[in-house]
Design a protein around this ligand. Structure first.
Ligand code: ADP
Ligand code: MG
Length: 318
C-alpha cells in the first residue's frame, strides 16, 4: 500500500472543528475570539515508553490520551491533534488496531486528527495536541499559594505496579494485575475535571512521572513547599488494607509514573466546592496536604513520622 493510501485508510476520519484537514500541505483551523491556543506534544518511543510488542489498540489510545491529559492539566478543551509516526513496516492489521484505539480516544474527547507525518523507521509515535482556553484562564504550575490545599484525582500507583509486574520486579495476583494494567495501558485523561477547575484551582499538573516529581514541578514553579500525609494519598482498594505498610507499594504511590491523574492546589475556601465536584464527576478527589512557605517537601507517614522520601528515588530537593 502506498503511503498516501495508508494515510487515507488509517488516519483520515471526518472532522468537526477544522476548516481543512488531512490531505493538503497544512491543516487550517479557526480559534474562537477570546480564546487562546494550548499546545503540547509527547513522543512515545518503542522500548523506552512501551514494549515493542504492546497491543496496538491500547498504544493508539495511550499515545493520544497522554497528550489529552496535558490539556486537562491546563484547564483547556482539547480540539485538534497531529500524529507523526515512524513505522518499521506496513502492517495493515497493526495499523488498523492502532488507529482504532487512537480514534476511540479522539472520539471520546471530540478531537480532530488534522494532519501529521508517516515515515519508515523504528516505531516512534509523536502526537501534538492543541486545545482552547479562555484567555488568561489556563491553570498553570506557577500559581500555587501558601496554605493552598493539595488535591489529587483518582488513585495513584496502579500503573507503576503493573509495569513493575511486567518487569518481574514484583508479582501481583492476576486480579490485581488486571486492574493495574488498565491504568497503565488505557489511562483516562481528566478533561472534565480540568475544565471544572478553572476558577477553583490555583495550580495544576498531570501526574506522568510520579506524584512527588510532578508536585515538585508545581512547588519549584511557584516557589513554595508542601506537607503531605501518606494516609490521605489515595490508592486502589484492591491493593488491600496493608498496602500502606508495604514500602514498595508506598514508593509506587508516591513516586510511580504513568498515573495521568491531576494534582492541583486550591484555596481552603474551595474545599466544599471540590467535594461537590467530586460527586458530580463521580471521580474521587482527595485532599492530601498543604502548600507551605518553607521550601521543602515533607511526607508524614502513618505514625506521623517524617518519611525519608529519598528512598523513593525522589531527589528533587537534594
Ligand atoms: P507533505 O509531504 O506535504 O508533508 P505528506 O505526504 O507527508 O505531506 O502527508 C499528506 C497529508 O497527510 C498531510 O495533510 C499530512 O498532514 C497528512 N498525514 C500524514 N501522515 C499522517 C498521520 N500519521 N496522521 C494524520 N495525518 C497524516
Ligand atoms: Mg507538503
Amino acid at each position: 500500500m502506498s503511503e498516501f493510501n495508508l494515510i487515507k485508510q488509517h488516519f483520515t476520519r471526518p472532522t468537526h472543528h477544522t476548516n481543512l484537514s488531512v490531505g493538503d500541505d497544512a491543516a487550517l483551523i479557526s480559534i474562537d475570539s477570546g480564546m487562546e491556543l494550548a499546545i503540547s506534544a509527547d513522543m512515545l518511543v518503542a522500548g523506552t515508553h512501551f514494549f515493542t510488542d504492546a497491543e496496538p489498540y491500547k498504544l493508539g489510545w495511550k499515545s493520544l490520551a497522554v497528550n489529552v491529559s496535558d490539556m486537562a492539566a491546563m484547564g483547556a478543551t482539547p480540539k485538534w491533534a497531529t500524529l507523526a509516526i515512524a513505522l518499521p513496516h506496513n502492517d495493515a492489521q497493526w495499523l488498523s488496531e492502532f488507529s482504532r484505539g487512537f480514534f476511540a480516544c479522539a472520539n471520546k474527547f471530540n478531537i480532530d486528527l488534522i494532519g501529521g507525518d508517516t515515515t519508515r523507521g523504528s516505531l516512534n509515535i509523536c502526537v501534538q495536541i492543541m486545545g482552547e482556553v479562555p484567555i488568561g484562564q489556563a491553570i498553570k504550575r506557577s500559581s500555587a499559594k501558601v496554605d493552598d490545599e493539595i488535591w489529587v484525582s483518582g488513585f495513584l500507583g496502579d500503573a507503576a505496579l503493573a509495569l513493575a509486574h511486567m518487569q518481574d520486579k514484583l508479582a501481583l495476583s492476576e486480579d490485581v494485575f488486571d486492574v493495574c494494567a488498565q491504568a497503565l495501558h488505557t489511562p483516562q485523561p481528566r478533561v472534565d475535571l480540568g475544565l471544572a477547575l478553572r476558577g477553583i484551582a490555583n495550580s495544576a499538573i498531570d501526574i506522568s512521572d510520579g506524584l512527588l516529581a510532578d508536585l515538585g514541578h508545581i512547588l519549584e514553579a511557584s516557589n513554595v513547599g508542601a506537607t503531605l500525609y501518606l494516609n490521605s494519598i489515595p490508592h486502589s482498594a484492591h491493593l488491600g488494607a496493608e498496602a500502606l505498610h508495604d514500602k514498595y507499594i508506598i514508593n509506587m504511590i508516591l513516586a510511580g509514573g504513568d498515573d495521568y491523574e491531576l494534582c492541583f492546589t486550591a484555596p481552603i475556601e474551595k474545599h466544599a466546592a471540590i467535594i461537590k465536584l467530586s460527586e458530580k464527576l463521580q471521580l474521587p478527589l482527595s485532599c492530601i496536604g498543604l502548600i507551605s512557605s518553607d521550601i521543602s517537601l515533607l511526607v508524614h507517614g502513618l505514625d506521623n513520622e517524617i518519611l525519608d522520601i529519598k528512598e523513593t528515588g525522589f531527589d528533587h530537593f537534594s
